[in-house]
Ligand binder design. Structure first.
Ligand SMILES: C[S@@+](CC[C@H](N)C(=O)[O-])C[C@H]1O[C@@H](n2cnc3c(N)ncnc32)[C@H](O)[C@@H]1O
Length: 233
């Protein structure tokens, strides 16, 4: 059983648990949208259709928010779980967001198009650190000049003690928000596959890949939003 199979099996109930399992949901996803939207609006102002790639898009939560913030953006949603993408396509069709879905692994070559923004939420931590670094380089390569990469991610603490605190605080927060035993156990089962890395290391990998203006824009315990830009010509 891989983590993708677990998401595939849980696709039908995925959305309803999100606001409990991501206690800072609005700030977390909202920041990712805020960081990516200006680049997309610039594309619109230049008379182009902004192209967005959402990696590990799942049921399309982030795509849907980006689509609502920048009407006219076209979004390609990539994920290895077809059942998650089916739900995403339904949501985006209902919302009237132009989109395409692609069933693929994050370790596969990325689509060959050029993107104004590559966004991702809670997905890259499923790769090992070498896989994350390689992915960041491939993302840089598919971005247009001036494009932005935004990762809204579950991160590791910078020390084992802080990582332990992150886990403790998360459990207390989701319990307070009403997660029951079954929901917590299912989340822990999926999280057994997680390979999160600290924010500082990931920002360094973005810089190493060529990104500039790399920054962490939001952080609440294990949830962080960091980003970088592909420099203009
Ligand atoms: C926690 S969900 C996040 C979904 C969505 N981005 C969101 O914010 O709700 C993680 C997603 O990553 C996908 N995923 C995990 N590992 C993957 C891989 N190696 N290749 C492609 N997709 C992967 C899963 O299928 C799942 O849909």
């Amino acid at each position: 059983m891989s983590v993708v199979h677990l998401f595939e099996a849980a696709a039908g109930t995925y959305d309803q648990a999100r606001r409990r399992l991501v206690p800072c949901f609005d700030d977390f996803y909202g920041t990712a949208v805020e960081v990516s939207a200006p680049v997309l609006r610039t594309a619109l102002a230049e008379g182009r259709t902004p192209e967005v790639l959402d990696l590990g898009a799942g049921t399309g939560l982030l795509s849907s928010l980006v689509g609502a913030a920048v009407p006219g953006a076209r979004i390609t949603l990539l994920d290895a779980a077809p059942a998650m993408l089916e739900i995403a396509a339904r949501h985006l069709t209902a919302q009237g967001v132009p989109h395409a879905v692609e069933v693929a692994d994050l370790a596969d070559p990325l689509p060959t198009a050029r993107y104004d923004a590559v966004v991702t939420a809670l997905a890259v931590h499923h790769l090992d650190d070498a896989g994350k670094r390689a992915l960041y380089q491939r993302i840089y390569d598919v971005l247009r000049s001036g494009g932005v990469f935004v990762n809204a991610e579950q991160v590791a603490g910078p020390t084992p003690e802080l990582d332990r605190r992150y886990a403790e605080v998360w459990l207390a927060q989701i319990t307070a928000l009403g997660s029951d035993r079954a929901e917590i156990d299912a989340a822990h089962l999926r999280m057994a596959y997680d390979r999160p890395a600290p924010v500082a290391a990931q920002c360094a990998w973005l810089t190493e890949a060529g990104f500039t203006d790399v920054d962490c824009y939001f952080k609440s315990w294990r949830f962080a939003v960091f980003a970088g830009h592909r420099p203009p010509h």
